[in-house]
Design a protein around this ligand. Structure first.
Ligand code: WT7
Length: 649
């Protein structure tokens, strides 16, 4: 066999207490495929409805009439599931455990406290003039107010659009304008790894760039640093919040009314506003959260993602709260003040389920076993990963060193578009192979296809498609339904194309191999190469740019940029610095190229198309297998590129 595959049985002690068994999984999976309507009619009831649905699935993936609707005649408000219904039996249970950037800074909010805080927050939004259907942009640090802001929007029927706090003012402005958001919620500053992030200042700049679009800015006090408040536009949460009621009636929403927009990178330049709606999304978030994580009443669940990504939406806020779970929220970074921090937090709060990204595992693995072994971790019973394929070495280290070979690992494959987990070794139901996404969740039918759309059977490799809808599926690209149809349903008509490549082994396990489009995955974050290219080209010194990914030890993929300068501008190290700074300010630090190579020209076909295949090979330092270059307009540029490559072994 080509790959060293470790097979791990389910640890015995875990299997004994698992919610699922292999038989139960098989039975439920079969039911979900044979009779989706019956299956989801039952599981749709797991959330709170104001008016119960009678319709279940109403979906067409036909290009000419593409629509996705679930539970379409039901009425609900998602915050009733997340808050109101928890009060009776879980009012005093911790809903959010917040761990600040500094180890001595933490506090807990019970379900009752969170409920009242969200109601207050909702009333503040109303005071500001936010109405049902309005878009509200959140640009927040990892503090409980971020979750409250999301829930408050949901409570009054406004649509939240969370923009990751690491994005630049330019990127924030672009997302504000795209969804015509007149309201922004931010904080004075964020704090991460001992450093301050000037969120309010960035917001001011974004508001300027958005040219009058933003009418009101709500500011949460995090550090108390003095920030400028613009008269008539800016308000403090603690000031208005003190004057409003701590109850607020939930707005009745149709199941298919929008809940949130979340921007994500695609193959083309502009990020897409992925739209999720109320009913189906919450069913999917809560159901996957319960089954993927083998949830029990006393669990302390920690998802280390940022609320700026879909992982934070589904597994810090909506999934755990809809299930009445205790969700830990961490403001800081894995290595501050020391590389033991993650595990110290686990000990401090008795974390039982821990969910993080392969990039964090690799970074911590590099620090050796010491920082892990200095901690206890005995409360942990289940570990999870998400965001990119996990290499077997990192998987084994996570399993043995972090989990003491006691905790199963759930490697969860999903996307912003899917709302929640799609492919996963559900704990207790399957042996584990280090690095395999393994098996479909209930209701999910994956298939592998070749470039022509031919379905491939048995042990094979191909492009990953999903053949039918699931409740958590995105509904459209905000304001651009056409783009939704084109992006996901045109490559393999009648099916959802994931953009990922995938292998299926002899045992039927799925192994995600990574993106097959022009999207790269940097530390588990999606980055469109076209987005970075247009940021580079917007600099005066740049005539042309081509961006590709290359293997990176910690980040999974690094960003490699080929840049051609305009006439009269000489390449230099200073210019590299300038260009890196420029991309940071156009998009944010996560988009900053790791390596820049100045190129006299780029390899193009005679019709002018850049041959990325060749650029990828050179960036990977594997240029002896460049394949056919005879169709190039100027084959000599290839030798020059090879000579000047930046990633020499
Ligand atoms: C892309 C989606 C889902 C939340 C975080 C990322 C890659 C995600 C895995 C995994 C292999 C994975 C895929 C996917 N990906 N999880 N467990 N194994 N690859 O969400 O930013 O929408 O990115 O991340 O390539 O398409 P996203």
């Amino acid at each position: 066999m080509s790959q060293d595959v470790s097979n791990h049985p389910v640890p015995e002690a875990f299997a004994k207490q698992a919610n699922l068994t292999p038989e139960k999984y098989a039975e439920m999976y079969e039911a979900s495929i044979k009779d989706p309507d019956g299956f989801w009619a039952e599981h749709g009831k797991r959330i709170e409805w104001m008016k119960p649905f009678t319709q279940v699935k109403d979906v067409s993936w036909d290009k000419d009439d593409l629509h996705v609707r679930w539970f379409a005649d039901g009425t609900l408000n998602v915050t009733e599931s997340c808050l109101d219904r928890q009060l009776e039996t879980r009012g005093a249970k911790p809903a959010i455990i917040w761990e600040g950037d500094e180890p001595d800074d933490s506090h807990t909010l019970t379900y009752r406290q969170l409920y009242h805080a969200v109601c207050r927050f909702s009333n503040v939004l109303k005071e500001m003039g936010v109405k049902k259907g309005d878009r509200v942009t959140l640009y927040m640090p990892m503090i409980p107010e971020a979750s409250m802001a999301m829930l408050a929007c949901a409570r009054i029927g406004a649509i939240h659009s969370v923009v990751f706090g690491g994005f630049s003012p330019e990127a924030l402005a672009g997302r504000i304008v795209d969804c015509q958001s007149e309201f922004v919620i931010t904080a004075d500053e964020g704090v991460r790894g001992g450093r301050k992030v000037p969120l309010k200042e960035n917001t001011d700049r974004a508001c300027d760039l958005a040219k009058g679009m933003v009418k009101k800015v709500l500011v949460v006090e995090r550090t108390g640093v003095g920030v400028e408040m613009k008269d008539g536009r800016d308000v403090w949460l603690h000031e208005v919040g003190a004057e409003v009621d701590d109850t607020c009636a939930p707005e009745p929403m149709n199941a298919e009314d929008p809940l949130f927009i979340l921007y994500t990178s695609g193959s083309t330049g502009k990020p897409k506003g992925v739209l999720h709606t109320c009913g189906g999304y919450l069913v999917w978030a809560s159901m996957t959260h319960e089954y993927v994580f083998d949830l029990k009443e006393d669990d302390v669940f920690w998802c280390s993602a940022d609320v700026g990504w879909v992982t934070g939406h589904t597994y810090i806020v909506y999934g755990p709260l809809a299930n009445g779970a205790t969700s830990l929220m961490f403001e800081g970074v894995p290595t501050y003040p020391s590389p033991s921090r993650f595990w110290e937090v686990c000990d401090k709060h008795g974390v039982t389920i821990f969910y993080t990204a392969p990039t964090a595992i690799r970074a911590l693995m590099r620090e050796g076993d010491g920082p892990v072994k200095a901690t206890d971790r005995s409360t942990l019973r289940l570990l999870g990963t998400v965001g990119e394929p996990i290499n077997p070495e990192a998987w084994e280290w996570y399993f043995r060193t972090v989990g003491d070979s006691r905790c199963p690992i759930v490697d969860t494959w999903w996307q912003t578009e899917t709302g929640g987990t799609m492919i996963v070794p559900l704990p207790g139901t399957t042996k584990m192979k280090s690095g395999a996404g393994s098996h479909p969740f209930f209701g999910v039918v994956p298939k592998l296809v070749d470039a022509e759309g031919e379905v491939l059977e048995g042990a094979t490799q191909g492009n990953l498609i999903i053949t039918g809808s699931w409740p958590g599926q995105m509904r459209t690209v905000y304001g651009d339904h056409e783009r939704f149809v084109d992006t996901y349903f045109s490559a393999y008509p009648g099916n959802y194309f994931t953009g990922d490549g995938c292998r299926r082994d002899e045992d039927g396990f799925y192994w995600i191999t990574g993106r097959v489009d022009d999207v790269i995955n940097v530390s588990g974050h999606r980055m469109g190469t076209a987005e970075v290219e247009s940021a580079l080209v917007s600099h005066d010194a740049v005539a042309e740019a081509a961006v590709v990914g290359y293997p990176h030890d910690i980040k999974g993929q690094g960003i490699y940029a080929y840049v051609t300068t305009v006439q009269g501008v000489e390449p230099s190290d200073e210019l590299k610095d300038l260009l890196q700074k420029h991309v940071r300010s156009e998009i944010g630090p996560i988009a900053c190229p790791d390596l820049i190579q100045f190129a006299p020209g780029l390899p193009k076909t005679r019709s002018g198309k850049i041959m990325r295949r060749i650029l990828r090979k050179i960036a990977e330092d594997s240029y002896d297998s460049l394949g056919d270059t005879s169709t190039l307009a100027e084959p000599e540029v290839v030798d020059e590129l090879i000579d000047g490559r930046q990633n020499k072994a």
